[in-house]
Design a protein around this ligand. Structure first.
Ligand SMILES: C[S@@+](CC[C@H](N)C(=O)[O-])C[C@H]1O[C@@H](n2cnc3c(N)ncnc32)[C@H](O)[C@@H]1O
Length: 189
């Protein structure tokens, strides 16, 4: 069985258990992930944080772009998906955290990310949780850092604009469904 098929089955199982939390039946395409990651300077980053790492489609590509001394903290709330990530990606630069991204601050212990990558399904989450998660994004970034957000609708754009100085937008058709990519810069860099 191919990697893509295995990832698809993993995500479908998670979706069947927690549809709103997972928010997608199919994994994000590698092309969409690559287009999104091209919007930030990953090779120069010392600390990258990924939220909602799922099957690890973006995790693998982030690790491929990171320098040898950089770190990636990947947060995933689903214990089975988190366990799968840690088992399949034994990279000393990767720390998998199984928790809600709402509690990211506790795991970063005062550190701030240079780049944050969000795979979270904001539009299928309830409004209170969505607001708390969105509030975490600028908090977890260093001034001048970039938050990359992938979504299947543009609904969250206004919320991102309220929290960041600058938001660049791209649409990639190379995903099912087509995906909106947002690159948000925290002011003050
Ligand atoms: C759309 S899926 C992303 C999957 C990934 N793009 C992939 O292709 O494997 C969203 C992921 O966010 C995770 N998630 C949802 N709410 C979360 C939260 N509060 N904290 C951390 N992860 C969360 C889900 O468990 C799921 O794995």
């Amino acid at each position: 069985m191919t990697q893509a098929l295995r990832d698809g089955l993993r995500l479908m199982r998670a979706f069947a258990t927690h549809p709103r939390q997972v928010g997608a039946v199919l994994p994000t395409s590698r092309t969409a992930v690559r287009t999104m990651l091209d919007l930030a300077d990953l090779p120069s980053a010392a600390l990258v944080v990924e939220l909602g790492a799922g099957t690890g489609v973006a995790t693998r590509e982030i690790l491929a772009r990171l320098g040898p001394d950089a770190r990636l903290v990947a947060v995933e709330i689903d214990p089975q998906l988190a366990r799968g990530l840690a088992e399949r990606l034994p990279d000393p630069r990767l720390q998998v955290v199984c928790d809600s991204a709402e509690d990211l601050g506790t795991h970063l212990g005062g550190e701030r990310a240079d780049v944050l990558v969000s795979m979270l399904p904001f539009t299928s989450l309830d409004a209170g949780l969505r607001r708390r998660l969105l509030d975490e994004l600028p908090r977890a970034l260093r001034p001048g850092g970039t938050a990359l957000v992938i979504q299947y609708s543009p609904l969250v754009l206004g919320e991102l604009r309220r929290r960041f100085g600058e938001v660049r937008t791209r649409l990639t058709p190379w995903n099912v469904p087509p995906a909106f990519l947002f690159a948000c810069t925290r002011p003050g860099g």
